[in-house]
Design a protein around this ligand. Structure first.
Ligand SMILES: Nc1ncnc2c1ncn2[C@@H]1O[C@H](COP(=O)(O)OP(=O)(O)OP(=O)(O)O)[C@@H](O)[C@H]1O
Ligand SMILES: [Mg+2]
Length: 423
């Protein structure tokens, strides 16, 4: 027989109570003032139910449970929506390395727009964004806002027989374009607007982006309530924006996402566990922040691994040593999820340059030393170096020095350098 729990608190229930597994609570039903006794979900205060899901989300595209940082972008965007058509920050280009948080940021911006009543249209450069928007996404929204039953009936053929035709069935109707579709949608809105987000812009067809940019510019000229935010990897995004048809987007507000500050990364670690029954000590937070180096995917990953182990061992506190023990697993996972994919199409010569850099150690390396390690002169490796910078794998780090862009690439190259093979 389970022990009857001690009542520790009396309050009105909220959703958060269901994730707070560490306390027993008494619910007071505020309407009929009946008092209900609720048993705590877990008997022992020092163990956590195996059914509590891990609050960290080391998954690309997943929104974090606790968001931190990027305040400037969120504020600029909020202000842009509020300041009416014509605000330059209504068109934004967000670029950044893999896993730096582009998709999560797009979702945050979509939420900001949606809470202000804006319609959000989402597309990806991996599909055909213009065709998707024109043929599927916008018509879907139009149907939601204006179901066919509410549309104007344009004619009744024979009274009483119920045969009607609506204005949408005219065979002479012009073929819709992204521009006409957006105007159709905007015509249904009052004192609100339409936000279009396009993720993975680096994979988009140049012609597609040109068409989208031209349509968007046309709507802006007519002072329509629209906003366009695109996101992608830096090199691919730059390449696309340098094309003649995308001049307009080149003038959009550009944000390059860097690592989170230590304070923000610490906030994510600390607050993601809120109400989960497991928490990090301040020293453990510090250790996790050191390992993550401000890289959001790694913040989620290290948090996830530590939380998972603590749950398995029925522990409620994660210490610095526990975080340290997960370090190599985090580096290996990061390698498989991020580095392995980034290096897939890198030619052998560029790989050799990276390996030489890795062998020299972590931190910035002099380009002369890397060239020497390869048995070459600094001048003869400048082309390879430039290609690696373009690929966002390395970045200049002061005069005559380069460093890896993403954390732990050097360590991973020195170690397995490939994904683990399971027998
Ligand atoms: N500001 C943030 N606060 C907390 N966690 C974040 C933040 N930004 C991103 N993350 C987390 O980091 C991980 C990677 O984010 P996201 O998928 O948005 O990266 P990305 O830049 O879109 O990567 P990719 O280039 O592969 O598409 C996700 O688990 C996400 O929840
Ligand atoms: Mg993404």
């Amino acid at each position: 027989m389970p022990r009857r729990p001690k009542v520790t608190e009396s309050r009105t229930i909220g959703v958060s109570d269901f994730v707070d597994h560490t306390r027993s609570i008494v619910l007071s039903d505020s309407r009929n003032s009946r008092r209900l006794l609720v048993y705590r979900f877990i008997w022992q205060s020092d163990s956590v139910s195996a059914t509590v899901p891990n609050p960290f989300s080391p998954t690309f595209g997943a929104s974090p449970r606790h968001w931190a940082g990027r305040r400037i972008i969120l504020d600029d965007f909020t202000r842009a929506l509020e300041s009416g058509p014509g605000s330059p920050t209504r068109s934004m280009v967000i670029s950044g390395a893999r896993g730096i948080g582009k998709t999560a940021l797009l979702t945050e911006l979509e939420d900001i727009a949606a809470t202000r009543g804006w319609i959000v249209l989402r597309a990806s450069g991996r599909d055909n964004p213009v065709a998707d928007l024109t043929d599927t996404v916008i018509p879907g929204k139009i149907l939601e806002l204006d179901p066919p039953s509410r549309r104007k009936v344009s004619g009744v053929s024979i009274a009483g027989l119920g045969s009607v035709s609506t204005s949408t069935s005219d065979p002479l109707q012009p073929v819709p374009t992204i521009n006409t579709r957006l105007r159709e949608l905007l015509a249904l809105l009052e004192s609100t607007g339409v936000l279009i987000t396009v993720d993975e812009i680096q994979d988009a067809d140049a012609e597609d982006i040109t068409r989208l940019a031209v349509a968007y510019q046309d709507l802006v000229r007519d002072r329509m309530e629209v906003s366009l935010v695109v996101a992608g990897l830096p090199f691919g995004t730059d390449r696309l924006l340098n094309l003649p048809g995308t001049t307009f987007l080149r003038r959009a507000e550009r944000y390059d996402l860097g690592p989170l500050t230590d304070e923000d990364a610490g906030d994510v670690i600390r607050h993601t566990t809120d109400g989960s029954g497991i928490e990090f000590t301040p020293e453990a937070v510090e250790t996790a922040v050191d390992i993550a180096e401000g890289y959001p995917y790694l913040v989620q990953l290290i948090g996830y691994l530590c939380w998972e182990t603590a749950q398995r061992k029925e522990r409620t506190v994660i210490e610095a040593a526990d975080v340290d023990r997960e370090r190599s697993e985090a580096v290996q996972s990061m390698g498989a999820q991020v580095h392995f994919i980034s290096l897939k199409e890198v030619p052998a010569g560029q790989r050799r340059y990276l390996s030489a850099m890795a062998e020299l150690g972590d931190g910035p390396q002099s380009t002369a030393d890397v060239a020497e390690a390869l048995g070459k002169t600094a001048g003869s490796t400048s082309d390879v170096r430039a290609r690696l910078i373009e690929r966002d794998l390395i970045q200049p780090a002061g005069r005559g020095k380069v460093e890896f862009t993403l954390p732990h690439l050097g360590e991973w190259l020195r170690g397995p350098g490939t994904v683990r093979r399971v027998q």
